[in-house]
Design a protein around this ligand. Structure first.
Ligand SMILES: C[S@@+](CC[C@H](N)C(=O)[O-])C[C@H]1O[C@@H](n2cnc3c(N)ncnc32)[C@H](O)[C@@H]1O
Length: 238
């Protein structure tokens, strides 16, 4: 029988490799990644965030699928006291983030170079203050919707690791994925949509940073939607 404990790891459908990395990028990856990499968690183990960052972090933000890393690096630069964990299995994306880290001397980023779903179960409960899921792969065909990152199991895993009041930021240019995400978050009692005014969702948050995919979408004349959700308090008010 499959239980939560012996469930197989989630299947990965995206790309990890791609074009061969240029020599400089490969060399940077080999030189910098070992020290900045969050090791794959032991089964049933909990990631020691204090050990990973060299001191207990006052807050930890998580980006799932950081792509080329420009958003994560900008957030790390703007919030040097916050520990940033970025997840990205695509090796060229990791190499690109490492070059920004080196150029800008950023010290508050650690990298999980694999499927974020493999990390979520091992992060301490209520340890994450903000989560970014920006322009995730939309998997537009109906038969592929189950590959989407936003799914009941992932939302439950995020709800466990997020602190009360933590924010989940989601963005996409795919209107089907907007409806899907609202549908799934509305059904999950841990999340509340933060939209205050009609049109809130049309604007990137004031402290947000344009990502490569957002720029690409704008270039194609596609509008992007930005959704913010709050992790509700675990202590019920009634
Ligand atoms: C469409 S790209 C967007 C990249 C970036 N966020 C941006 O806006 O430019 C989606 C990225 O998410 C990554 N990704 C997809 N599923 C993931 C998962 N389960 N864990 C971590 N990264 C994931 C892919 O490798 C890809 O780089």
């Amino acid at each position: 029988m499959t239980t939560a404990e012996n469930a197989p790891p989630p299947r990965w459908y995206g790309r990890r490799g791609g074009h061969r990395l240029r020599k400089g990028r490969r060399e940077r990856l080999e030189r910098l990644l070992p020290a900045l990499r969050l090791a794959p968690p032991e089964p049933d183990g909990t990631v020691d965030l204090a050990a990973a960052f060299g001191a207990p972090p006052s807050d930890v933000w998580l980006e799932v699928g950081f792509g080329a890393g420009e958003h994560l690096a900008a957030q790390a630069g703007a919030h040097p006291g916050t520990a940033m964990v970025g997840c990205e299995p695509y090796v060229a994306g990791v190499a690109s983030l490492l070059s920004i880290i080196e150029r800008e001397g950023l010290t508050n980023i650690r990298i999980f170079n694999d499927d974020a779903r493999l990390l979520l179960g091992s992060l301490p409960e209520a340890s994450i203050g903000r989560v970014f899921v920006l322009f995730p792969d939309p998997w537009p065909k109906t038969r592929h919707h189950k590959r989407r990152f936003i799914a009941p199991g992932t939302l439950n895993a995020l709800a466990r690791v997020m602190k009360d009041g933590a924010e989940l930021r989601f963005a996409t240019d795919h209107m089907g994925y907007v409806r899907w995400t609202l549908d799934h978050t509305i059904r999950n009692p841990a999340f509340a949509w933060l939209a205050r005014r009609p049109g809130d969702w049309r604007r990137r948050p004031p402290d947000g940073v344009e990502t490569r995919y957002e720029r690409k979408a704008a270039g194609l004349g596609l509008a992007s939607v930005h959704l913010g959700f709050c992790r509700r308090s675990r202590v019920r008010a009634d």
